[in-house]
Design a protein around this ligand. Structure first.
Ligand SMILES: C[S@@+](CC[C@H](N)C(=O)[O-])C[C@H]1O[C@@H](n2cnc3c(N)ncnc32)[C@H](O)[C@@H]1O
Length: 269
């Protein structure tokens, strides 16, 4: 299998910094120090992480309950150990199947222990851009029926990819594999302020030793949906994607946002 990174506790990882922002305990001093620096450049980074996680929960619940989706592939699934995709989807149907993909070795180790007794889930150590390897993997073949609708999740991960990795081409390769009626969830960090974009991108790239992509603009994310039918309420700051709590909605990020939404794969022509 490809690209499982080695654990290097001298270099912060995006996965562990995100865990720290969310109040998790699967992070180290180096991640906390990097997180503190991020808060200096973008003080509402905790809010953005929380908003993203709440969005993930709402969109997975909508897919499971309203669209009756029973199979999920979560690209760049991250570390959180509560309210994960399988826990939300299996509330509605214990038979719902979930494959998690991440290239961070700490995510893999934790994920394997969390999922050990759940036969309808699997976690793969893979680079999310390695589409052929992922779809040929035994666990994907076992759990995901590509003749039936699938939800592919790219939640808060595309900013981890540099332009040279061509995130749009990766999303399109996945869309090509999915049955019509499938769904794709996409959101990433954006700012319309060039200074914020540059400052955060520089900081994260330095901190992670170039294991990061960049903060983009809303128009970049809009383009990712060009082969999908955008679902209501459209593309927006995910804070405002079908919010369920006024209190949560008030805790918004200011300097930057997670922007995106839900798209459906159209019928084949
Ligand atoms: C900000 S976290 C998002 C986690 C989760 N999707 C969520 O929204 O809560 C980004 C995750 O993407 C993973 N990641 C970054 N680049 C990746 C790559 N090329 N392949 C697989 N996973 C990647 C990181 O390890 C990290 O766990």
């Amino acid at each position: 299998m490809t690209e499982q990174k080695r654990v290097d506790l001298s270099v912060p990882s995006a996965a562990r910094m995100y865990d720290w922002l969310l109040g998790g305990s699967n992070n180290y001093a180096v991640d906390q120090a990097a997180g503190e620096q991020l808060l200096e450049v973008a003080p509402t980074s905790r809010e953005i992480a929380l908003q993203n996680r709440w969005f993930l929960e709402r969109v997975v619940r909508a897919l499971a309950k309203e669209h009756h989706i029973k199979q999920f592939i979560d690209f760049g699934s991250g570390l959180p150990t509560q309210r994960n995709v399988h826990q939300i989807a299996q509330e509605d149907d214990p038979g719902a199947r979930v494959v998690y993909i991440d290239n961070d070795p700490v995510v893999l180790a934790l994920g394997q222990s969390l999922l050990a007794e759940n036969e309808n889930t699997a976690i793969l150590a893979a680079d999310m851009t390695d589409t052929d390897t992922i779809f040929a993997h035994d666990d994907v073949v076992r759990l995901i029926d590509l003749e039936e609708p699938v939800a592919a999740l790219f939640v808060s991960v595309l900013h981890c990819l540099p332009d040279s990795a061509d995130p749009k081409a990766m999303v399109d390769r996945v869309i090509d594999r999915l049955a019509p009626g499938s769904f794709v969830v996409l959101c990433q960090l954006v700012s319309e302020d060039a200074e914020v974009r540059d400052a955060v991108t520089k900081l994260m790239s330095e901190q992670t030793h170039d294991n990061w992509g960049r903060v983009r603009q809303k128009s970049d994310v809009d383009e990712l949906f060009d082969r999908l039918i955008v679902q209501e309420p459209g593309l927006r700051d995910v804070t405002d994607w079908r919010p369920t709590s006024e209190l949560q909605q008030r805790q918004r990020s200011i300097e930057w946002t997670e922007y995106g939404g839900l798209g459906q794969v159209p019928p084949r022509r």
